[in-house]
Design a protein around this ligand. Structure first.
Ligand code: NAP
Ligand code: HSE
Length: 425
């Protein structure tokens, strides 16, 4: 049972997939009965060294899609265009598509799902979230009977790698980012990783699968790790926390909330132990309680393994010669206003160590309706630093408190504000 495979993109993931198809076909056939044969790989630069023979490479991606010998198309070029047009062209030609492109799926999911359904072919995207971790299929199939309440976790390998190296080895941000790029974890433009955009797309996809509401990316609250300093990482450690970039999708009384931001996580929390480019996703629901999915979240080989799993599924569905039922159903839903979402905050304030400072600060929080949980002071005189952790309050109340703090003369600077997640105290 042969299926010809065309790959759009022969970079970190596409290169690894092509190599696997050429070198592990015996294992794949033994396990699945399928003969998955690599036909063509689209690249930009035909001169670059690749982990597959150059005879497979073409710089005309439409030739991959249109080749009659290609029965199944794998999109691993990334970005919006020409990836979007090529995926639609393949679907319209009745060819199943597998993609790892989270930006494309998050931004264009409903259009792509509708087009796949209209043509009766599969559109699979397991590797778009969590790299090698199976999370898309569990959410869309295994957990279809659970009323999921939240999906939360570490969904970007590059930023977790950077934060781990900064905290454990004291390495500077820029050096660690360069290493993440060298190891193939980062996006072509790593701004997408460090700004939180990559995690935001993944969190939106998770929300779509968990709650059936496709949240526009501009409704996803997003904060990256660019402002996280080694000072805050060190203070967090002294208070018993580690800093992680989290993606959160939850069902609230006001609608679905999707957000990405750095967070202080208690060092005995399971997410605190997720190091390097690993990812981990908690899924919570009333019947199952909490499920944790974890594993390699980025990198060529783990991601190509997840892609290959989708290729096997799509090839089986293609060979069944029957229309494929849609896996994702999108309904209407309300997106919660982030200002109404309850969160806890850690604040680092540079203050004058003078009588009445603490009272003024407590007053600012009190007026805004935010309750303080703990306060620590470091240093004295003009070098005093106050660290505060609040109880949960709506984001809008936190914003009001921070505005009031900035108006207090003896508060020289609100040096940083990071949310706190997973604290049960
Ligand atoms: P990459 O290393 O930058 O590879 C992209 C490939 O696409 C390159 O081979 C590039 O050609 C080719 N390409 C780009 N635009 C093209 C065009 N217009 N025509 C022909 N070829 C074109 O990216 P990657 O890391 O493999 O990521 C691929 C996709 O997988 C992205 O959507 C990414 O978000 C996703 N993903 C990546 C990882 C990871 O860990 N890397 C994990 C999960 C998901 P050249 O090589 O000639 O430049
Ligand atoms: N750049 C992404 C990350 C790749 O670092 O997680 C995996 O999607």
């Amino acid at each position: 049972m042969r299926v010809g495979i065309g790959i759009l993109g022969g970079g970190v993931v596409g290169g690894s997939l092509a190599h696997k198809l050429l070198t592990e076909s015996d294992v794949i056939t033994a396990k699945t009965g399928l003969d998955l044969e690599l036909v063509k790989v689209a690249v930009r630069d035909l001169e670059k060294q690749r982990p597959f023979p150059s005879s497979y490479a073409t710089d005309r991606p439409e030739d991959v899609v249109d080749d009659p010998d290609v029965g199944l198309v794998v999109e691993l070029m990334g970005g919006m265009e020409p990836a979007r047009s090529l995926v639609l062209r393949a679907l319209d030609a009745g060819k199943p598509v597998v993609t790892a492109n989270k930006q494309l799926v998050a931004a264009e999911g409903p259009t792509l799902f509708q087009r796949a359904e209209a043509n009766g072919v599969s559109l699979l995207f397991e590797a778009a979230v969590g790299g090698g971790i199976p999370i898309i299929r569990p959410l869309s199939e295994s957990l279809a009977g659970e009323r999921i309440t939240s999906v939360m976790g570490i969904v970007n390998g590059t930023t977790n790698f950077i934060l781990t190296k900064m905290s454990e080895d004291g390495l500077p941000y820029a050096d660690v980012l360069a290493e993440a790029q060298r190891l193939g974890y980062a996006e072509a433009d790593p701004t997408a990783d460090v700004s939180g955009a990559d995690a935001a797309a993944k969190a939106a996809i998770l929300a779509g699968l968990a709650f059936g509401v496709w949240v526009d990316l501009d409704r996803v609250y997003m904060e990256g790790i660019e402002h996280i300093s080694s000072t805050d990482i060190a203070f967090a450690a002294r208070l018993g926390y580690v800093v992680k970039l989290l993606g959160v999708a939850e069902s609230t009384p006001d609608g679905v909330s999707v957000r990405v931001h750095p967070a202080l996580v208690p060092d005995n929390h399971p997410l605190a132990a997720v190091r390097g480019a690993q990812n981990a996703v908690f899924v919570s629901g009333p019947a199952l309680g909490e499920l944790l999915f974890s594993g390699p979240g980025a990198g060529g080989d783990p991601t190509a393994t997840a892609v290959l799993g989708d290729v096997v599924t799509a090839a089986r569905e293609l060979l069944a010669h029957a229309p494929v039922a849609p896996r994702v159903r999108i309904g209407a839903g309300v997106v919660a206003d982030f200002g109404q979402v309850d969160t806890c905050h850690y604040l680092r304030l540079e203050v004058d160590d003078a009588p009445g400072v603490l009272a003024a600060i407590a007053g600012a929080f009190g007026e805004a309706g935010v309750s303080i949980r703990s306060v620590w002071q470091e240093g004295r005189g003009e070098d005093a630093t106050l660290l505060l952790i609040t109880h949960a309050a709506p984001e809008a109340a936190h914003a009001k408190a921070q505005q009031r703090l900035a108006e207090i003369d003896t508060v020289r600077q609100v040096a940083s504000v990071i949310r706190v997640v997973g604290d049960t105290a």
